[in-house]
Design a protein around this ligand. Structure first.
Ligand code: GLC
Ligand code: CA
Length: 574
């Protein structure tokens, strides 16, 4: 497969708000391309496919941890934050990745699990052996397992307590996640300094941003629930101050799986900012809920919740990632409904969530895949794609834990899906060979050859989004409709920057979750009399009535993105 080399490689464009316009792509180094035939993906492999990612329209890569690690939690169990796992490559190759990405105006965001380490980390080994030594106080040690009773257990499938007894030190240590992942003691200034050092280390290597893994959990208190304690927010503020001073233009992304009012706190305030971005955990499950319930109500409610965020803050919108589809942010009643629709086989569940990929979740329905992506690309925030979802890759629920959706990227119908030349038995995980998602059928090469493939569709939608900065920078205003299956909002942006002119832009976005065609009347008040043009093809739609209402018909599970106003701003032919 070759992708046309870009005509010019101007390097990184200077844009302090780049993250609000960017399309992000999460790619696990281990899963993408194996360059040396040892059965696991590596940095060189990833570098060799930057042309593909550029062709797709990706602006920034998010790399889950690739550090030294025993890999008992997909690399989120780090044993040395300043070293790369040898099977993934070297620091030199990482530098090369940053350079080659930057040449393509593509940014690199790395993942940093700062809350904990692997128990194989030298800090932990020293801490357990020498309580009086320099690392004695690096972890949260206690004589009993009685403290922090308010703190919930996250990995309910595997852990019974957040405390584990260490036979060497003969004390209990605290852990929010697996018992092989002891939490660092953030009360200790030396720990905080070590974290700053690691951030500086990677910033100096040229990364453009850091995803702060499990960020709510840094500090524990007896009164609180250990999620977003005041001390945790203070720490993030200090980190942000350092970044703004020493590395302006680089970003912090919060992974905070919490309710809207709590997540927004990780943006901080105008005067005291914290993270530039935060993942939108509350919206994500509601997209899936709407698809099956045929009701837009839950999405409308969550999108209408008034959450003031500082200027410059950006949401990270996503459908799937390397973890289970978490159902922590929905009520018990809705959770049960979601399990019924999406995890009818118990093997599909994991902790409080569903460990499946996007295409199998949506039963490989092209209409649903398009509808879900249309939401991903037009809601407020920047979209985060998960590798392989652009071709509708399947999963393997017979693999343990979240490995079900971390299988090798499917490039071609050849051996190992073109991922690796290794003996198939040697792969870090087997390629998907199920009836519907077999790599013989679902792969990049074959989708490139079909102009109507999902891959071409996703690429097109990415390019349409990128032609309209309103999607990244504009406001979102919910609209009244007279149909319970329909979600309608206007994205509006006062600034300039659209490639079609400097006038303020308004885009009407309409989505129907109904499993049959519908007719809907939408109320757009002050926009009465305006024309509507399809953003994809430029085709003219009914003009909005003088009273601000407009009636549209939508096919089964379909959507429109309509430019409001003059036709030549729509972008397509008119
Ligand atoms: C985050 C990661 C997850 C990991 C956990 C513990 O939630 O996304 O994959 O298991 O942190 O580090
Ligand atoms: Ca390899």
């Amino acid at each position: 497969m070759t992708f046309t080399a870009p005509i010019q490689m101007p390097g990184l464009a200077l844009d302090p708000q780049w993250y609000r316009r960017a399309v992000f792509y999460e790619v696990m180094v281990r899963s993408f391309v194996d360059s040396n035939g040892d059965g696991a993906g590596d940095l060189s492999g990833l570098i060799s496919r930057l042309d593909y990612l550029q062709w797709l329209g990706v602006d920034a890569l998010w790399l889950p941890p690739f550090y030294q690690s025993p890999l008992r939690d997909g690399g989120y169990d780090v044993s040395d934050f300043h070293a790369i796992l040898p099977e993934f490559g070297t620091l030199e190759e990482f530098r090369d990745l940053v350079t080659k990405a930057h040449e393509r105006n593509m940014r690199i965001v790395i993942d940093y699990p700062l809350n904990h380490t692997s128990d194989a980390h030298d800090w932990f080994q020293q801490s357990r052996e020498d309580p009086e030594g320099p690392y004695g106080d690096f972890y949260v040690w206690r004589d009993t397992d009685e403290e922090y009773k308010n703190i919930r257990i996250i990995f309910v499938d595997t852990e019974e307590s957040n405390w584990t007894f260490d036979p060497v030190r003969r004390q209990f240590f605290f852990h929010r996640f697996f018992s092989h992942q002891p939490d660092l003691n953030f009360e200790n200034p030396a720990v905080r300094e070590a974290v700053f050092d690691t951030v500086r280390f990677w910033m100096d290597l040229g990364v453009d941003g850091i995803r702060l893994d499990a960020i709510p959990y840094l500090f524990e208190t007896e009164e609180g629930n250990g999620e977003g304690e005041p001390e945790t927010h203070q720490f993030i503020r200090d980190l942000r101050t350092m970044i703004d001073r020493d590395y302006p233009g680089r970003i912090l992304i919060a992974e905070a799986n919490q309710w809207p009012q709590e997540v927004v706190q990780f943006f901080g305030t105008e005067e005291e900012p914290e993270c530039h971005m935060a993942f939108d955990f509350p919206v994500m499950p509601r997209i899936f809920y709407s698809l099956r319930s045929q009701q837009a109500g839950e999405l409308i409610r969550i999108l209408s919740e008034a959450t003031d965020v500082p200027s410059g803050a950006g949401w990270g919108v996503f459908l799937r990632n390397h973890d289970e589809l978490t159902l922590e942010m929905v009520s018990e009643e809705y959770r049960q409904a979601m399990y019924g629709w999406y995890a009818y086989d118990p093997r599909m569940r994991s902790n409080i969530g569903i460990r499946r990929r996007l295409a199998p979740l949506l039963d490989n329905s092209r209409a649903e895949l398009e509808l879900a992506h249309a939401l991903l690309f037009s809601l407020k925030g920047s979209p985060f794609l998960y590798y392989g979802d652009e071709i509708g890759m399947g999963d393997n629920i017979w693999l343990p834990d979240r490995d079900s959706s971390r299988t090798p990227m499917q490039w071609t119908p050849d051996r190992n899906a073109g991922f690796s030349t290794a003996d198939p038995g040697k792969l870090y995980l087997p390629v998907v060979q199920s009836l519907v998602y077999n790599y013989n059928l679902v792969n990049v090469e074959s989708q490139l050859a079909q102009s109507r493939s999902l891959l071409h569709w996703v690429r097109n939608v990415i390019h349409v989004r990128k032609a309209h900065p309103t999607f990244g920078l504009g406001e979102l205003r919910m609209l009244q409709t007279d149909h319970e299956s329909v979600l309608a909002f206007v994205r509006e942006y006062e600034g300039s920057g659209s490639q079609f002119g400097d006038a303020p832009e308004k885009i009407l976005c309409v989505f129907s979750f109904a499993h049959n065609p519908v007719s809907v009347t939408i109320q757009m008040d002050e926009l009465g009399g305006s024309s509507l043009y399809d953003l994809f093809g430029g085709g003219q739609f009914p003009t909005i009535n003088e009273d601000g209402s407009v009636t549209l018909t939508l096919g089964t599970q379909s959507f429109y993105w309509l430019h409001v106003g003059e036709s030549h701003f729509a972008g397509g032919r008119s």
